[in-house]
Design a protein around this ligand. Sequence first.
Ligand code: SAH
Length: 257
Amino acid sequence: MSFLPPSPPDGHRIGTIALVGAGPGAADLLTLRALDRLRNADVVFYDRLVDPEVLVLTPARKVFVGKEVAANAWPQARINRVIVAAAMDGLRVVRLKSGDPSVFGRACEELEAARSFGIPVEIVPGITAASAAAASLGRPLTERGRTERLVLATATCRPGETANLSGAFVPGTTLALYMAMHRLSVVEAELLAAGAPGDCEVEFVQGAGTAGQRILTTTLRGMAAAATGLSNPAIILIRWPKTVDRMACAPALAETS
Ligand code: SAH
């Protein structure tokens, strides 16, 4: 680790760090535990996708750490450094992350940073974007007899690495794709080349659980072209049913914006 926050002086009480899931946006989708940690925090470090509706629930000092795909205003090491330094100052620190901190949230780095300084650290789970999208669609992520495997995957890996999405996409799968909007053509081509049927159902949910929510239903073949009007944050659900039958559980909303 490339930093050394000062050790607390003798008798100084060390603080705590909670990695808290803010859910998809709507404040009433927070857990009671998340609300408790927010109300009792001294400082909250939050990133771009956390909704203002959630931030007003905490009396703590709020610090925007501006993390954003492809434009890391705050590199991860700097975030690690500030949350550790605040906890070493005796503060109750909340690191507020959209959705669930355990899902594509760089939680591992922050847990390691906290533990390497002996700071008590916990994860407070939140509702991940895939679950919020299912609620928005009025359609479950898994359907008995059709899709009995749920894969959460990202299309955005470390620089130079590629996601092997087709390896996880077999009949009977719902593939929930995070951070994939900039790679739609690549994803579509990869899955089709690996043998996925072109008529696999695809649902885009942009801003799931927020006021600006938009839904688009389409098929795997042509999904990149169909989604040109959508932007981040959006999640993509791609379903390859085990059996070819009528849609077992049609979404309540076909296409809205
Ligand atoms: N920890 C988050 C994921 C962070 S990665 C979670 O559990 O949801 C960021 C990606 O999550 C975005 O690129 C997008 O794919 C997805 N995402 C986050 N919030 C979203 C929302 N409200 N609606 C749709 N997708 C969302």
